[in-house]
Write a new protein. Sequence first.
Length: 261
Amino acid sequence: MILDRIVEDKKIRLKEHKSNVSFEEIRKFAEAELKDEKRPENCFYENLRKQGISIIGEFKKASPSLGRIESKIDLLERIDEYNASVDAISCLTEEDHFNGNIEYLKTIRKKSDLPILRKDFMIDEYQFYEAKAIGADAVLLIAAILDDAMLRDFYALARELKLDVLVETHDENEVERALKTDPRIIGVNNRDLKDFSIKLETTGRLRKLVPEDKVFVTESGIMGDEDVRYLKETGVDAFLIGRAFMESRDPKELAHHWKSL
């Protein structure tokens, strides 16, 4: 399965990261960020839980299902558009399958005060210190690649570093496992990890299992007005939107339009 290959490639990349910046060094950088307190704590969570639908605008250059994504505008222009329209930014930092890089997140951090989600395949504590050091406000935990102990321990580490956590699920079992960590934010990815098909009904089905006091995020497959209307009716709190915004010449206008539906 592609997910297994991504994780194996991530392990190789981690060796490279650790050889460039040691664990001791990255931990010091993260601790310096904690002491500096430039960023408001819980800002990602707070921006998603406010009244009305919130939108996380994503920056990604490729994906295993789509291949290379041809963005209609450059990164700096995109940040300006997002600053004027969305509630948070998601940045892919996975190199081999999504053509991401931590340098993109650093660039976004310099140009935006919005909360930033580091979207990656988090499998090692090093990555959490790295996320804090490069300016992320939140991280993604994917239930499908983590056992219960890793979910619990990584969640605790992230919160210790004052990072918000989006716990991503794909089915009933993963929702049940995710809830054991008592997360404040739960996401449902509508993409089937086996065949990459999109089923928005996955959000509708799993929404019923998540307590109302959790912030509920729907991810993947949001491409048009009918998708937005359907997902709003299921009771989601926030949308994470990648491809539709990346392929749009005017993501600001599109975000405003979808919020108004």
